[in-house]
Design a protein around this ligand. Structure first.
Ligand code: AHG
Ligand code: MN
Ligand code: MN
Length: 338
């Protein structure tokens, strides 16, 4: 009988490695895991609500029907607020920082940035969606957290992870000691270790980008896409194009199989679409810990200075050799700025 290691057991067994003392990480991840299970339950019955023909905002069970983004946001904020380890949260769904006001959390040491529901456009069509989170140690010493606590470079993250609500529900995270993946076993309601010490293949045959924006891609990206599409048996080209439209799902596939995901600057999004704080930095931390790379086309994502919590950035992320290849095209085709 294969040994089952739950998320909680894993953290305790590995406690010595974590830059957390006295079980803070286990409580933080426990809180995230609880919210993830509640969101997972809601994700699995979202379609049902439509079948049950809820009227307005209240369904037949008398439950208020919320947009899943709002529901997920409320669940994660509530779980993190009651856990006592987090003093403030920056969320894609909230313009400003959410301060955890109960006195237990007031002086907690950590702040969390999150995208509570990633892939919103896919919620109503049964395509995988996710949650992304990033954990920093606060810089401010007491009282309300400050903006400065959140505007730390990605290299300052103490932990980062995501949940993918897909054919199975997985929680994948790193604390800087490698990447580990846990699959939710609904029969026991536990995340169980299923992908220990995840390493991403150094190269791959999948490229992922919304080619609908191709007209306005930077020249280097256009040339790299042509490289991906060229015939060359020796380098397994043409590659396969896969674009799910949920960053977490495209990222997770590339992490496991090898591949590259790009969201460059476009005409509609001159600084890229994805947010540096709670989408790009956490996934960059994970991919680097798994042996891959993440840049904005010129510099390492995790080294970027951040000036606002919803700041966007172009991103190229995935297998190290593929990111390097795309980078080479960006270098060649970027006019030397006068
Ligand atoms: P979110 O749902 O949190 O706003 O994120 C959506 C993001 C990302 O998940 C996805 O890869 C990308 O937006 C898709 O953007 P396009 O529809 O512009 O391709
Ligand atoms: Mn998102
Ligand atoms: Mn989102």
């Amino acid at each position: 009988m294969k040994k089952v290691t739950t998320l909680g057991q894993f953290i305790i067994e590995r406690q010595a490695e974590f830059p957390f003392a006295k079980g803070e990480l286990s409580r933080l991840l426990r809180d995230i895991g609880i919210a993830a299970k509640i969101v997972n339950r809601e994700v699995n019955k979202a379609g049902l609500v439509d079948i049950l023909g809820d009227e307005g905002n209240v369904n037949v069970q008398g439950e208020e029907v919320k947009k899943l983004d709002v529901f997920a946001n409320e669940q994660f904020i509530s779980a993190l607020s009651s856990g006592g380890e987090c003093c403030a949260i920056a969320s894609e769904e909230n313009e400003n920082i959410v301060h955890v006001s109960n006195d237990v959390s007031q002086n907690a040491k950590y702040v969390i940035a999150m995208d509570p529901l990633d892939g919103s456009s896919n919620i109503d069509v049964n395509v995988s969606i996710g949650t992304i989170f990033s954990i920093y140690r606060r810089i401010s010493t007491s009282g309300h957290a400050t903006l400065e606590d959140f505007l730390q470079k990605g290299t300052e993250q103490v932990a980062a992870g995501y949940i993918i609500y897909g054919s199975s529900t997985m929680l994948v995270y790193t604390t800087g000691c490698g990447v580990n993946g846990f699959t939710l076993d609904p029969s026991i309601g536990e995340f169980c270790l299923s992908h220990p010490n995840l390493k991403s293949p150094t190269t791959g045959k999948i490229y992922s980008i919304n080619e609908g924006n191709a007209l306005h891609f930077p020249e280097g990206i256009k040339e790299y896409i042509k490289y991906c599409q060229a015939e060359d048996k020796a380098t397994s080209r043409p590659y396969t194009s896969r674009y799910i439209g949920s960053l977490v799902a495209d990222f997770h596939r590339n992490l496991i199989k090898g591949g590259i995901y790009m969201y460059p600057s476009t005409s509609k999004a001159p600084n890229g679409k994805l947010r540096l704080l709670y989408e790009c930095n956490p996934l960059a931390f994970i991919i680097e810990q798994a042996g891959g790379a993440a840049t904005d086309g010129f510099e390492r994502i995790m080294s970027k200075q951040i000036s606002s919590i919803h700041e966007r950035t172009p991103i190229i992320i995935g297998s190290s050799e593929m990111v390097e290849q795309a980078h080479a095209f960006m270098r060649i085709h970027t006019e030397v700025k006068a």
